[in-house]
Design a protein around this ligand. Sequence first.
Ligand code: GRF
Length: 209
Amino acid sequence: MIKIAVLVSGSGSNLQALIDANLSGQIVGVISNKPDAYALERAKKVGIQTAVIEHKQYPTREAFDALMHQQLLDWNVDLVILAGFMRILSAKFVQSWEGKMVNIHPSLLPNYKGMHTHKRVLNTGDVFHGCTVHYVTAELDAGQALAQGVVKVAHSDTEITLANRVHELEHIIYPQVVEWICTGALEHTSNGVIYRNHPMKEPVQFCKF
Ligand code: GRF
């Protein structure tokens, strides 16, 4: 059974979805860079061990990342899941976990990398929006996309209603991708990403209209 660590900074609704999914892998620990992240409570409630590593207490990004890296090694982690983890990771850390670290981003990547995606989508007047699960590489929000959830933007949408609909889809596609990894249906290899025995060319799409 593969061992999973989830990195969080906030509410942890994606962590909750992963817990509720009864994955074939085991969530062995949750790390937060914020001591008051509600995600920590969610983990404790179901007996998952937690670690708080406050980035503010370390002089450099590298020093903070080195501590996280050590914690992941101590837990014997095979897969790192970023779930609302609001820190940019150093190149060294990302390299150490390349092919073993995934993130979920609230946009249809490669569109709208970075912050405030819902607002930017509304300002542009896009018809579609959504979320993307992708491998993490040194370039921000740029690793191979594995799955996307697509929603239609309504004229009446506000940032909040749109964010809520995207979030609902996040809670479906993230556990699904993690389960594929846990069962070996999706693999990161030196020849690229293999999904159900074929090279993955496009992310798997989930739609909710
Ligand atoms: C989600 O919108 C996710 O796409 C982004 O951060 C948010 C985390 O939400 N990376 P939660 O803490 O899982 O509720």
